[in-house]
Design a protein around this ligand. Structure first.
Ligand code: C2E
Ligand code: CA
Ligand code: CA
Ligand code: CA
Length: 278
């Protein structure tokens, strides 16, 4: 038994260091991803289910490296740890705002383009100034931009978080809480922070058609959000039964494969022409 334990430990140890080596390598490559033009953005539409039209889109980053697409689930954490997220995040925001501007020029004046902001990016001292500068450079109205933050940002440095959110809100952009319901923070931040929208996490949606607990959680989030005057969007909506359930609850919007996967900008424009904002 002792021998076995040793062996297990050794195997675990070498896998562990291989993992670290791999992520160091990946981080080095990520450092050049921007200058090598390896990053690109896809956009997933958000459908208003009461009006049956596209009112928003979420920006999702992709990395084409060595002929493969690396998932953001794998490289965003590396970008966070290494600090690269600051420059990558600025690039993403700029591209997304340029795309939003293009949509406004096409006549979709009320479109809202959402961009994910990771905690390290959010807590950077120049974050607000950067957002303001990008909006100015692109000449995009702040009301066409939404920033998605996760509950994690409420857990450290509350005072700074509050001040940053207030500045962003004063600028006139929209703020949403991503992956709502999966964080460990208290709900009290909802009354203190200037939030517009809750994004119900996809883990509650996925199996909700045969799970009463998921249904109970979703309907509780919807009524909580509504009584606080927030708008609600469900993520990861894949099935018609999900759509029907969410419509019945009067959830405002849905996002997920049922309506559309994330697509490249040209395809998103096609989709808007068919099922557009205005
Ligand atoms: P997220 O912000 O929660 O984004 C939603 C994820 O769910 C996306 O994965 C999207 O492609 C996927 N998804 C959408 N609809 C469905 C569905 O119906 N079923 C299923 N199974 N999945 C669906 P993606 O693009 O791989 O992104 C994963 C995560 O990586 C994002 O989760 C976000 O945390 C992060 N991420 C992606 N793009 C960015 C970015 O530009 N900046 C930052 N900071 N993080 C990003
Ligand atoms: Ca929206
Ligand atoms: Ca998101
Ligand atoms: Ca999410």
């Amino acid at each position: 038994a002792l021998n076995n334990e040793h062996e297990n430990f050794a195997v675990y140890d070498s896998e562990f260091s291989e993992g670290i080596q791999r992520s160091n390598e990946l981080t080095d490559n990520l450092r050049h991803a921007l200058t090598n033009n390896e990053l690109f953005l896809v956009y997933q539409p958000q459908l208003d289910i009461q009006e049956n039209k596209v009112t928003g889109i979420e920006t999702l980053v992709r990395w084409k490296h060595d002929g493969h697409i690396v998932s953001p689930v794998d490289f965003i954490p590396l970008a966070e740890q290494s600090g690269l997220i600051v420059s990558i995040g600025e690039w993403i925001l700029t591209q997304a705002c340029q795309f939003a501007k293009q949509l406004v020029r096409l006549g979709y004046n009320d479109i809202i383009v959402a961009v994910n902001v990771s905690p390290r990016q959010f807590s950077h001292p120049q974050f607000c100034a950067m957002v303001r500068q990008v909006l100015k450079d692109v000449a995009l109205a702040p009301r066409n931009l939404e920033l998605e933050i996760t509950e994690g940002v409420f857990m450290h440095n509350e005072e700074n978080t509050l001040s940053v959110l207030q500045q962003l809100k004063t600028m006139g952009l929209h703020l949403s809480i991503d992956d709502f319901g999966t964080g460990y923070s208290s709900l009290s931040y909802l009354k203190r922070f200037p939030i517009d929208k809750l994004k119900i996490d996809q883990s509650f949606i996925r199996e909700c058609h045969n799970n009463d607990e998921d249904k109970a959680i979703i309907s509780t989030i919807v009524s909580l959000g509504k009584s606080l005057g927030l708008s609600l969007i469900a993520e990861g909506v894949e099935e018609l039964v999900h759509v029907d359930f969410l419509k019945e609850l009067q959830c405002d919007e849905i996002q997920g494969y049922w309506f559309s996967r994330p697509v490249e900008p040209e395809a998103l424009i096609e989709l808007l022409i068919e099922k557009g904002g205005d």
